[in-house]
Design a protein around this ligand. Structure first.
Ligand SMILES: Nc1ncnc2c1ncn2[C@@H]1O[C@H](COP(=O)(O)OP(=O)(O)OP(=O)(O)O)[C@@H](O)[C@H]1O
Length: 401
């Protein structure tokens, strides 16, 4: 059993930067938790406080219900792997991996057996006599992980361990990490700013922004039910597209206006009931790149956009275009029954992206029609950015009330 509990964890550096702000989070026994967030959001500082490498300014860290907040690192039984895996250059792979066991005065034969077992698992058996200089980047990273795993720590902390590797190696090391975790089930906290790594590795993902926890949940929960605009924009690649739109209609019919055209929000959209209190006012709408498709000529609900960039990724294309201006169609009167849509000027700065199939004929500067699937739309409060709740949240609130 190794449950890691962070309670109101806070870190303010002497210069006054609050890197971690009141973080409360439990990492369950055997769980693989990924901490993600943009550069500087406090991920490494959280990890360093768990390891005991950084003193906390407030709050507590406990492991298995034991408060370890003031314990020195070596008493915590935690292993940490960094981005620059810092192997001892003068030692062989065998010696590097066995070093921690030697420090613990483990019996030589037993230590050697443990090293050999772990090396076998990591595909390092034939490299045991080499020194780090004679290894590839991926092999060195595996040795670093082997060195951490060999003593079966209670908690395994990894800080962007794959970021120095090339794309192909990263994919295979991801698979390897998953396999190792399945095998040992060591409680793991993994820091990355790469949301693909987060989605593929994490049992759960915790998203940080400016030191504050935004949401914690399974990859699927974060993707499908982001708690706020920040999480929605962070999870998913390419990112979600946002526009501020005014909501029109009544309880029976909800519409948004984009590019002078009115779109009805489908009744089937689970987020729709939460929209009722925003009727007649502005909301932020989010559309993932996959919500667009090339429009067939028969479709009415199409946007005409001028591609400003086309990225061909082999099996799909990303089309970049200026966000459709949510202008009212000619004849609409502001304040009239059909509420015209306001445009947040800031939205114009970031280009939108549509994901289309490789077969779609599209080139820069040549207008194309895109259909929009509003069943895939997300809505956020225009001020606080929190997600407008799903149907079941509303039902739960109603019951609670
Ligand atoms: N020793 C320090 N003294 C002062 N400020 C620090 C110190 N270490 C980190 N910071 C600041 O704390 C904030 C969080 O840093 P941290 O390294 O935890 O972020 P991160 O999310 O891991 O970033 P990255 O993804 O770039 O590694 C940053 O604003 C950083 O500049």
């Amino acid at each position: 059993m190794s449950v890691v509990r962070l309670e109101h964890l806070t870190k303010t550096f002497p210069g006054g930067t609050t890197a971690v702000d009141d973080l409360t989070l439990t990492i369950d026994d055997g769980e693989f938790l990924v901490l993600v967030g943009p550069s500087g959001c406090g991920k490494s500082t959280v990890l360093r406080m768990i390891a005991g490498l950084e003193a906390v300014s407030g709050g507590a860290v406990s492991i298995d219900d034991e408060d370890v907040t003031d314990w020195p690192p070596k008493l915590r039984d935690i292993a940490m792997v960094f981005q620059n895996y810092a192997l001892y250059p003068h030692m062989t792979v065998q010696e590097n991996m066995g070093f921690a066991l030697k420090l613990r005065h483990m019996d030589k034969a037993e230590a050697s057996e443990k090293v050999n077992d772990t090396a076998g698992l990591l595909g390092l058996s034939t490299l045991l006599d080499r020194k780090p200089a004679a290894l590839s980047g991926g092999q060195r990273q595996r040795v670093a992980m082997g060195r951490a795993l060999v003593r079966r720590p209670r908690v395994f902390l990894l800080d962007e361990p794959l970021s120095n590797l090339d794309a192909k190696l990263r994919v295979s090391m991801r698979a390897e990490l998953s396999r190792l975790h399945q095998r040992y089930r060591i409680t793991t906290v993994y820091v990355t700013h790469d949301q693909v790594e987060a989605m593929t590795l994490g049992d759960r993902i915790a998203v940080l922004d400016r030191g504050r926890l935004q949401q914690v949940g399974t990859p699927d929960e974060l993707y499908r039910e982001p708690a706020n605009r920040f999480v929605a924009g962070f999870m998913g690649s390419p990112s979600m597209n946002f526009a501020t739109v005014d909501l029109g209609g009544d309880a029976g019919r909800v519409t948004v206006r984009l590019a002078g055209r009115e779109f009805e929000v489908p009744a089937a959209l689970r987020r729709r009931p939460g929209l009722a209190r925003y009727l007649g006012s502005a909301v932020v709408m989010g559309l993932r790149p996959a919500a667009f498709a090339p429009a067939t000529s028969a479709e009415v609900a199409a946007l005409r956009v001028v591609p400003l960039g086309v990225e061909s990724l082999g099996d799909e294309k990303h089309v970049l275009f200026r966000p459709p201006r949510a202008i009212a169609a000619a004849g609409d009167e502001p304040g009239g029954e059909d509420i015209p849509v306001a445009v947040d000027e800031a939205d114009d700065i970031e280009l939108w992206t549509a994901k289309v199939s490789q077969q779609t004929a599209v080139s820069i500067g040549e207008p194309i029609g895109l259909s929009v699937d509003l069943r895939e739309a997300y809505f956020f409060d225009p001020v606080g950015g929190e997600a407008i709740p799903l149907q079941r949240d509303i039902a739960a609130t109603a019951i609670a009330a």
